[in-house]
Design a protein around this ligand. Structure first.
Ligand SMILES: [Zn+2]
Length: 252
């Protein structure tokens, strides 16, 4: 949680200042507030940091703890109300706020998958060299066609993006073996997302230049409106029909 505040004033300071109407003074690597909100003595109340965790401690009365402890000790708010108060004071949405809205996730999981594999592609020098130098495609075309590479870690990414197990399994990209989710496609396979007439990802083609192993995503998972690679071409006045993805990309 505290990583969110790395570059800002530790929010425990904001909260205690707000609640007491007093100002902290920075002394070395700690902050002093006078008087102590608990015992009212001077020069004894400090906020210290341990990495990114911040604590208050009074050397006179011994009170101490986190920002949550501070709220609990000085107000009658329950945990949820306390978190709300902290978030109101600091303007930060705390990650463990109860009833916080779940992370927004795209309805089109295939779009998320295409973007993920494209990020993997952008870190794979060998695959980029193949597309740019061997196939001679333009960087812009590769970006527009969201060319990707599998890495065997898609199931982890989908979970992080908030997709449930059934949603991941229904994508056609994830399978379950002995109760454990795993990627359907082993690492290093080039992915050619197929885009519908509105520019949305609706299907995929896979090519493995090295191993020449043939496998494709079942048509069960296909957007039925996709009959050709690069469907947005149907919005143009003239359409060129070519054999494969690389021929199509060469014309873009
Ligand atoms: Zn004290």
């Amino acid at each position: 949680m505290s990583n969110d505040f790395d570059n800002t004033k530790p929010y425990i300071l904001q909260v205690i200042e707000h609640q007491t109407g007093l100002k902290f003074k920075k002394i070395g690597n700690q902050y002093n507030l006078n008087p102590c909100p608990f015992c009212k003595h001077n020069d004894c109340f400090f906020v210290k940091s341990d990495n990114n965790d911040h604590f208050f401690k009074c050397q006179s009365c011994g009170e101490g703890g986190t920002v949550h402890d501070y709220i609990a000790k000085t107000t009658s708010l329950n945990l949820s109300e306390g978190l709300k108060l902290i978030s109101d004071i600091t303007g930060c949405q705390l990650q463990n706020t109860p009833n916080s809205t779940p992370k927004h996730k795209s309805n089109n999981i295939h779009e998320v998958i295409a973007k993920y594999y494209h990020q993997v592609f952008l870190q794979d020098a060998e695959k980029q060299k193949y597309q740019l130098q061997v196939r001679g495609h333009a960087t812009e075309t590769i970006k527009k066609q969201i060319i990707g590479v599998t890495d065997g870690r898609l199931h982890i990414h989908l979970k992080k993006e908030g997709y449930t197990e059934p949603e991941s399994l229904q994508s056609g990209f994830i399978s379950k073996e002995n109760g454990i989710l795993k990627d359907q496609y082993y690492p290093g396979v080039t992915v050619y997302p197929q885009i519908d007439i509105n520019g949305n990802v609706g299907h995929f083609r896979f090519r493995n230049e090295r191993k020449n192993k043939k496998f494709q995503l079942s048509n069960d998972y296909k957007n039925p409106e996709i009959n050709f690679y690069n469907m947005p071409a149907f919005k143009q006045d003239h359409i060129y029909v070519v054999e494969g993805e690389h021929d199509a990309m060469s014309l873009m």
